[in-house]
Design a protein around this ligand. Structure first.
Ligand SMILES: *Cc1c(COP(=O)(O)O)cnc(C)c1O
Length: 315
């Protein structure tokens, strides 16, 4: 039996990010003795996994987040696929995993998008969010020797056009740290997300959307949001913190830095002191702040709204 809809229920509820998947997935397996299997495009379905699969115990898992957009011409374009391929190779090296060759990575994305382009929709800015990931799938509990089997998979999720104008509330996390130089904060590995979950939960308990992470030693320097890089507009300067081995090198971050000059802003990569940042937000010197990431593509306030944004940060 179906309950009648509440009178104020919205007519259409957009599915939450990453909860709906296209019909196919791309997959390939690496064996230490034989290298990579050919890539195959299959129905997107559960992949059987032994309970001793190494990833479940020791966490070797790296991933990417890329997008395919429909261009005004109707063609579908992958955004900076080479850069995603290179970053995934870097992540794999750091986590002692086999690298997915550039051509195999790009082919997997291309073939999956070709198979499922019909699910992309026609709305301007609609995209397929692509999630390539690599896991240790060998069945073994011994951690002293490296696994012999790894599985590379790409799945896709249709995403609506980026939402503009919704303010993001962030809370500075001073209890936990996300990354230290020499650790894994500068690569896309699942462990970074697991380590940040509690800080994220704490931010939500305080009515915020995201935790803002500071450096591990002095809890003074602003790093990033944990899945998005940060930018601040101060007069003609567009400021973002340096990577420093603890901040993920976002491809959107790099793109925004490259586009700044065309918007009349000078891109400045410099350390941002959190107390100083709060002062500059409060006194109106910083007029905009936003965060960048492929998954969100969200601007935290409408670009036309140039009023001071002291409310953008909450301690
Ligand atoms: C993926 C990610 C980003 C954003 O990177 P993009 O390439 O712009 O999507 C930022 N920070 C972390 C920790 C990430 O994992």
């Amino acid at each position: 039996m179906t309950a009648p809809a509440a009178p104020d229920a919205p007519a259409v509820v957009a599915p939450a990010f990453g909860t709906r998947f296209t019909r196919h997935m791309a997959t390939a397996t690496w064996h230490r003795a034989t290298g990579w299997s050919p890539l195959s495009i299959e129905a997107c379905a559960a992949q059987p996994m032994h309970p001793a699969a190494a990833v479940l115990h020791y966490g070797q898992s790296v991933f990417e987040g890329a997008k395919a957009f429909r261009a005004p011409s109707g063609a579908v374009h992958l955004f900076r696929a080479d850069d995603h391929a290179a970053r995934m190779r870097r992540s794999a090296r750091r986590m002692a995993m086999p690298e997915v060759p550039r051509d195999q990575f790009v082919e997997a994305l291309t073939e999956l998008v070709r198979a499922d382009a019909g699910e992309l929709g026609d709305a301007p800015g609609a995209a397929l969010y692509l999630r390539p990931f690599l896991i240790a799938s060998d069945e073994r509990l011994g951690a002293a020797t490296p696994p012999d089997i790894f599985r590379f998979t790409v799945i896709a999720s249709p995403t609506p056009p980026a939402e503009l104008g919704r303010a993001l509330r962030v809370r500075v996390c001073d209890r936990f740290v996300r990354a230290v130089a020499g650790g894994t904060g500068d690569v896309k590995t699942a462990a970074n997300y697991a380590a940040a979950m509690l800080g994220q939960a704490e931010a939500r308990e305080h009515g915020c959307d995201q935790a803002l992470w500071l450096d591990a030693f002095g809890r003074r320097w602003v790093e990033e949001l944990g899945a998005m890089n940060l930018f601040f507009v101060d007069g003609p300067r567009l400021i973002t913190p340096p990577l420093g081995g603890t901040v993920l090198a976002g491809i959107t971050r790099d793109t925004v830095l490259a586009l700044a000059a065309g918007l009349g802003l000078s891109a400045v990569v410099e350390p941002v002191d959190v107390e100083d940042l709060l002062d500059r937000c409060a006194n109106g010197q910083i007029t905009e702040s936003f965060a960048t990431g492929t998954a969100s593509g969200t601007v935290d306030r409408h670009p036309a709204d140039r009023r001071p944004a002291p409310q953008a940060f909450q301690l």
